[in-house]
Design a protein around this ligand. Structure first.
Ligand code: GLN
Ligand code: ZN
Length: 739
């Protein structure tokens, strides 16, 4: 390894490029923490399994931070972030910083350590994990803070300062990054049992003093800049929320003297009112905007930007893998300079690079032409620097020229254009996304054929990925075993999974998805035997979980994918499959952050889903599955998807989902709100599961309710899955006898 393990032998201080180069104003919002070869993931898993020590885990983390800082410093980035590393997620880190640990985790003060931290994240033998949800419209998850009027906030994790000092010891003055107080509160939820009249925003006066302590300590450690991430500013804020933001930062202002404060926004434009409030803040040195997703920001800037502030211009996309169009970005940057003044523009990424792949260098097998179209996090750092240099007249002509060549090759390449596909999308008619009969008529026809008991039991698709399975896949990929052997191994696994489900007494079986280590690996593979659900991934999820081409509209790409999935659905039906599940795990997460953009998205997303299955027979039952998050705001869109059965994440969000049925929404299709959380190793008892089912029956008709876990089981072990599923089937059978 090229990294020295510096807790043992301290690494040399970096030899940095000469001052004139580092003086270019370049900034990175945040960086992936997982490591180029997923080092952090493996270290965490090994630690959680008790196979390695806390010290070993800390060492892997320190090595990763070291290599990231080193790379950015060597490239010449001026504002290098710190505290963007996390063992789990940066919202949970903030919860730890503020000492907002829910009482059930038994924390009694002091610096928060791995035990309390990971218990909140993953649960432990006696307490389930906290709720997890998606970070804005990304596929990245965070642990939702639970707050109430009684939380005693205290400065309980000094991670931000420790990371700052760690970099300092290496010779780097980094920019520590904190999630700002407004975003933290808006990402939180009221703790269970808290009075309805309680307002999360009222906690701002309790958390601001902790932020002040952190700022003071960072200043004392030598920090010259501090970055506050306030992505919530891009939402349609209510007046009170915006007021809370302004109040919080006016209150913090006194601690801002002697340090430069950057307030960073991303993922969309900030609304104009917010823009005005934000840029009116006095003791702040700079503001960061996402100029990739934020298409109106340029106009806002033209209408006014304070003359004494820095503009951190996010022109390099942190959410995709495509090489930046450097010439186009440079034009924008020059326009910006014209607006806010020379030396006031800092070239930056649109958001944290957390959302892109780590390093193209590792893609050794990738086709050369395609590779030239791409840029991952490490390459984006280079792009930011190249733009910053070009802006001050130090343009690297060769780098810009090769970038222009690869853009031209991508634009004209036949590899990204297929006229047949384009024609098929243009030819889509209204009847191409409507099933001919109503859901109740279809369910009746399906029941005749399937003859399922009341409260049918099923799973979401995947079964544990065992060590054996991973080995077979690895060997097949490395061409150590033949395709024949590989297929046989898969068939064997499927038959094991099928036998297990029969033994457990399941009503609708799955094949267990052994052929893919992740549902994004093969979007369209299927099995064609036994009374099983055929598994496919839906077009919206494929879109939302892919690095999508950025040279045509997203909805056009989605329709194109939908037509391909339709072919798969029809193949499955022809092969005699009566139940087909089309997963749309990510439909909700793609919902645009700004309300004005949501109706259009939901329209094309729902249509895309319907295109995939509008042509099947009445007797073919279409299932869909959705993951995480709050669906209540899009319940009408979900009904509009017109699936016959929907299984949905629920167990980790405190049955929020069910409240919508309390409110009287009529739902005639089958529905399986997950009865247990597959993200936790905890095994729920039959009584607990029966209790959950009864809660569901209080709001849902027993003819529509399905019993299933809340997501696929691929990340669990058989030792957890078997007893949990056994209890689940037992609970369903028990309730059946009571109906
Ligand atoms: N069918 C997939 C599985 O079971 C669904 C995964 C998901 O919803 N994320 O793994
Ligand atoms: Zn799921």
């Amino acid at each position: 390894s090229s990294l020295s393990r510096f807790s043992i032998t301290p690494p040399p201080r970096f030899s940095l490029p000469s001052f004139s180069i580092r003086a270019m104003t370049s900034h990175i919002v945040g960086y992936p923490r997982i490591g180029p070869k997923r080092e952090l993931k493996f270290a965490l898993e090994s630690f959680w399994e008790g196979k390695s020590s806390a010290e070993e885990l800390k060492q892997v983390a320190a090595d990763l931070r070291f290599s990231i800082w080193k790379q950015m410093a060597e490239v010449g980035i001026k504002y290098i972030p710190s505290n963007t590393f996390s063992y789990y997620d940066h919202v949970l880190d903030t919860t730890a910083m503020l000492g907002a640990v829910p009482p059930r985790y038994g924390w009694n003060g002091g610096e928060i350590g791995f035990d309390v931290y990971f218990s909140m994240a993953r649960g432990n033998a006696s307490v389930p994990a906290m709720e997890m949800t998606k970070w804005f419209d990304t596929n990245y998850h965070y642990i939702v803070p639970e707050l109430g009027p009684d939380v005693k906030f205290s400065y309980a994790s000094h991670k931000a300062v420790e990371e700052y000092k760690e970099a300092k010891a290496l010779g780097l003055d980094t920019v520590p990054v904190l999630i700002g107080p407004l975003s933290y509160l808006l990402l939180s939820k009221p703790a269970k049992g808290v009075d309805k009249s309680f307002s999360l925003l009222s906690l701002v006066e309790k958390i601001v003093p902790i932020y002040k302590e952190v700022v003071a300590e960072l200043k004392a450690a030598g920090a010259t800049w501090i970055q506050f991430d306030e992505p919530s500013l891009v939402l349609d804020l209510e007046a009170l929320q915006l007021q809370t933001f302004t109040n919080a930062y006016s209150e913090l202002e006194s601690s801002f003297s002697g340090v430069n404060i950057l307030i960073e926004t991303y993922f969309a434009d900030v609304p104009i009112q917010t823009y005005k409030a934000l840029t009116s803040l006095k003791n702040v040195a700079g503001f960061g905007f996402d100029l990739v997703r934020g298409t109106r920001t340029l106009n806002f800037l033209k209408s006014g930007f304070p003359s004494d502030k820095y503009l951190f211009a996010g022109v390099v996309d942190g959410r995709n893998i495509w090489a930046n169009d450097l010439a186009a970005s440079l034009c924008i940057l020059q326009v910006l300079e014209g607006i806010v003044g020379k030396d006031k523009v800092v070239v930056s990424t649109s958001c944290s690079l957390l959302h892109t792949a780590v390093d193209l260098v590792n893609e050794t097998k990738l086709d050369k032409e395609i590779k030239s179209w791409l840029a991952f996090a490490a390459q984006k750092v280079v792009e930011v620097n190249a733009l910053a240099r070009a802006l001050v007249g130090q343009k690297d002509q060769a780098f810009f020229a090769s970038n222009a060549t690869s853009h031209a090759s991508r634009r004209s390449s036949p590899r990204v254009r297929n006229e047949n596909v384009q024609r098929a999308v243009v030819a889509l008619k209204d009847s191409d996304h409507r099933r001919a009969t109503s859901v109740s008529a279809r369910l009746a026809a399906q029941q005749k054929k399937l003859n399922l008991p009341i409260l049918p039991t099923t799973t979401i698709g995947s079964f544990p990925q065992t060590i054996g399975l991973r080995k077979v896949r690895r060997e097949y990929k490395a061409k150590k075993i033949t395709e024949y052997d590989y297929v046989n191994a898969m068939k064997e696994e499927i038959s094991k999974v099928v036998k297990l489900q029969e033994e457990l007494g399941f009503d609708v079986l799955v094949h267990g998805e052994p052929e893919r280590n992740d549902m994004v690996e093969y979007f369209a593979q299927s099995m064609t035997r036994r009374p099983m659900k055929g598994m496919l991934t839906g077009p919206v999820t494929i879109l939302n979980w892919s690095f999508v081409r950025n040279d045509q509209n997203r909805h056009e790409t989605c329709y194109q994918i939908a037509l391909a999935i339709r072919d798969e659905v029809e193949d499955l039906e022809r092969a005699g499959i009566n139940i087909i599940q089309i997963d749309e795990a990510a439909l909700r997460e793609g919902l645009p952050l700004r309300k004005s953009e949501q109706p259009f998205y939901l329209e094309w997303a729902v249509q895309s889903f319907r295109i995939t299955n509008c042509g099947v027979k009445n007797t073919t039952q279409i299932h869909t599955h959705m993951c995480y998050s709050n669906f209540n705001d899009i319940i009408n869109a979900i009904i509009n998807m017109d699936a016959d059965v929907i299984t949905i994440e629920n167990s980790r969000s405190d049955e929020k989902l069910l409240s919508v049925f309390h409110e009287g929404v009529k739902y005639e299709a089958g529905i399986g709100p997950g009865v247990y959380d597959i993200h936790s190793p905890r095994i729920p008892s039959t009584e607990e599961l029966a209790d959950r089912i009864n809660k569901m029956l209080a709001v849902l008709d027993n003819r529509v309710l399905w019993i299933n876990p809340d997501c696929g089981l691929k990340t669990r072990k058989y030792s957890e899955v078997e007893p949990a599923l056994r209890n689940m089937v037992a609970a369903a059978k028990l309730i059946r006898t009571q109906l």
